[in-house]
Design a protein around this ligand. Structure first.
Ligand code: RP5
Length: 162
């Protein structure tokens, strides 16, 4: 079975905006995703059963989004060998510095790829890049997106003549 979907999980409804940004960029690139709201601390059994089910279906990459102690990405990574992208969220110490350190500082043996605080869009793009390794059409769509991003900057009147 091809693994071409993205599983997105947030630790709380309060994190949903970042999940929506990830889902929107994946939609734009033609990648299906599913989003769940499951706390690693408050609903550990439900989280384990969703990971096991997603791992056995066509989920190729996980995105895990959490603030404060932000254990969710590491807990997801502990239960799958699929790539896991962590999104630390602001809301605690120093606009998310607590969550950023928690997500990026995984001990050896169980990695989590970490994007910037609240950056659901980059999490979606990174998930798409991972899936694009074995999907030529998706790689072309990512390339086209980069080109249109560059064209929009070149079209800024401040850059006329460059
Ligand atoms: C984490 O604690 C969540 O990921 C959220 O970022 C933070 C606050 O959660 P709530 O108090 O909004 O449920 O579990």
């Amino acid at each position: 079975m091809s693994s071409n979907r993205v599983g997105i999980v947030v630790g709380s409804r309060s994190d949903i905006a970042a999940a929506e940004k990830a889902g929107a960029v994946l939609d734009e690139l033609g990648v299906e995703s599913e989003t769940r709201v499951i706390s690693a601390h408050r609903a550990p059994d439900l989280l384990a059963s969703w990971i096991a089910s997603a791992d056995g279906r066509d989920i190729g990459v996980f995105i895990a989004i959490a603030g404060l102690a932000a254990h969710l990405p590491g807990v997801v990574a502990s239960q799958t060998t699929r790539p896991v992208i962590g999104v630390p969220m602001a809301g605690g110490v120093s606009d998310g510095l607590d969550a950023l350190l928690a997500v990026v500082q995984m001990p050896k043996g169980v990695p989590v790829a970490t994007v910037g605080v609240g950056n659901g869009e980059n999490a979606g793009l990174l998930a798409a890049s991972i899936l694009a390794v074995s999907d030529t059409g998706l790689r072309e769509r990512l390339t086209a997106r980069r080109a249109s991003q560059a064209a929009a900057i070149a079209a800024d009147p401040a850059n006329e003549g460059l």
